[in-house]
Design a protein around this ligand. Structure first.
Ligand code: SF4
Length: 492
């Protein structure tokens, strides 16, 4: 670990933002070993979004530092605001942008307000508190009140502006948060793992925390247990995976019904899942074949979409085309990758027609995908584009969700049934290490630029295609295991 706790009595807007996301994260930011951090594309994506939003907001390139403020530039970056908090803590904020507004400050007949670019569609505490801190410190520096701050969104495509009043209520919330943050930073040990561990996928400390969760048998390690169920189990005195695995499912069902009748039904499956993970056991749940659609199929299409969720843009529909060999076996050496890149300027109609042609060319071949994203996106597009009821019904029949089949037929000794976990368990290796959807999205944004005249390097596209093709092949790694198990029969 790095600093001695409480050695550095400095609270920053960055620590505050980390703390709002997860108390442990702020502690690790201050005291953790930086060498154990893992790269996450999330932060780079955020900076990229911010850059585009600021370009759309400002009439010209922002000025830098105190000199920019003194000169009354419309936008100023690179200003570090400092001040004194309570109990000897120093405060510091480094707002991404200060925007000139009407008013009167120590520099003349203008004032400034802090601006940040928000990701996602709503302004949250993660945005509000750092803005409030920046506003408080800025008021001291400019010797004039800062009645509001600004959050911008839309990554420059359709600039959205939201004014945040910096009022007394928010000020109280800030004081409270700073007090709790300071107390957390003084702890000799890090706070517990986040209750909702879904947020860990975006966090650079996930390597450290995942190892700790696995070592201590944290309940979030049991697939199917989210923050709420974990809380209920803890109230019943079950703190660890091993304790859950040792529980009597019938008794646990009765105890869980205290929280509502529906909760009793989850007792047996979560106990069984905990036991599978504790014992490393693979268990068949349904003896019916997992993928009967493939019995007579001439081939399969392995389908995976890459998306930009903020822009609601499915920019790549990737297909691995796998025909059945003449001898009836499945031979991956016959597979070909077919990416359909979708540019928003071409419109959805064009995309639908290309997809339709491809799907018609491989008429009746099952379309295998992992999770419901692909089927939802395709069927919704078909509906928007006026496909007939019959066409949509036939399309729906061809779509096979491999994830749903795994869940229906098997219990696995894994803490997640996601594609990455299940395919890796089957020994599949992605060619590009440490790449995830966020990194692919970053490559996409870098390649896409602001339009046809501003395209990035073609290599970025090749990386996206490789990643997407591998997701298709990973889907096949899971599907071919299901097929092999089906052939092996129920006696095994
Ligand atoms: S990985 Fe999860 S628990 Fe660990 S610091 Fe990050 S958000 Fe918190």
């Amino acid at each position: 670990m790095g600093d001695t706790p409480s050695a550095d009595k400095l609270l920053t807007d960055r620590l505050l933002r980390s703390w709002v996301r997860c108390r442990r994260r702020a502690w690790l930011d201050r005291h953790g070993d930086p060498d154990t951090r893992v790269y996450t594309a999330h932060r780079t994506l955020q900076l990229d979004d911010q850059q585009r939003s600021f370009v759309a907001l400002l009439p010209r390139k922002p000025a830098a530092g105190l000199a920019g403020l003194e000169a009354g530039a419309p936008g100023v970056v690179g200003v570090r605001l400092r001040g004194q908090g309570s109990d000897g803590w120093r405060l510091e904020a480094h707002p991404p942008l200060l925007q000139r507004v009407e008013g009167r400050s120590r520099w003349g007949a203008f004032a400034y307000r802090p601006v940040l670019a928000r990701q996602g569609r709503r302004l949250t505490r993660e945005h509000r508190l750092p803005l409030a801190l920046a506003g408080r410190l800025l008021a001291d520096v400019q010797q004039a009140p800062v009645p509001d701050a600004l959050a911008v969104g839309g990554a420059g495509r359709r600039l959205e502006k939201e004014r945040l009043p910096l009022n007394t209520a928010l000020d109280h919330q800030l004081d409270e948060a700073l007090r709790k943050l300071a107390a957390d930073l003084c702890r000799p040990e890090p706070p517990p793992l986040a209750a909702d561990r879904r947020k860990c996928t975006l966090c650079s400390w996930r390597g450290v925390c995942n190892r700790e969760a696995a070592a201590e048998g944290h309940l979030s390690e049991v697939s199917g247990i989210g923050a709420k169920r974990r809380e209920m189990l803890q109230e019943l005195g079950i703190q660890r995976l091993q304790e859950l695995a040792a529980a009597n499912p019938d008794q646990l069902a009765l105890q869980l019904e205290r929280f509502g009748e529906q909760h009793g039904a989850v007792a047996a499956p979560v106990v069984a899942q905990a036991r599978a993970q504790r014992d490393g056991r693979v268990e068949r749940l349904d003896l019916a074949p997992a993928l009967p659609e493939l019995d007579a199929a001439k081939g399969v299409l392995l389908y995976d979409i890459e998306s930009d969720p903020d822009a609601r843009d499915d920019f790549l529909h990737g297909f691995v085309v796998l025909p059945r060999a003449a001898n009836g076996t499945w031979d991956l050496s016959l597979a070909r990758y077919h990416p359909l890149l979708v540019l928003q300027e071409h419109g959805e109609r064009c995309c639908w027609q290309r997809l339709r042609r491809l799907l018609a060319h491989y008429r009746d071949w099952p379309i295998l995908h992992y999770g419901e994203t692909e089927s939802l996106a395709l069927l919704r597009m078909a509906q928007r584009q006026g496909a007939s009821d019959r066409e949509r019904r036939l399309l729906k029949q061809r779509l096979v969700d491999v994830h749903a089949r795994v869940r229906r037929c098997w219990r696995l000794p894994l803490n997640s049934y996601g594609l990455k976990a299940v395919a890796a368990w089957r020994g599949f290796q992605w060619r590009q290490r440490s790449v995830d959807g966020a990194r692919a999205l970053l490559w996409w944004r870098q390649w896409r630029g602001s339009g046809p005249s501003d395209r990035g390097h073609a290599q970025a596209l090749r990386w996206i295609f490789t990643y997407n093709e591998d997701d298709g092949l990973a889907t096949w790694a899971v599907a071919s295991w299901l097929l092999a198990e089906d052939q092996r029969g129920p006696s095994e």
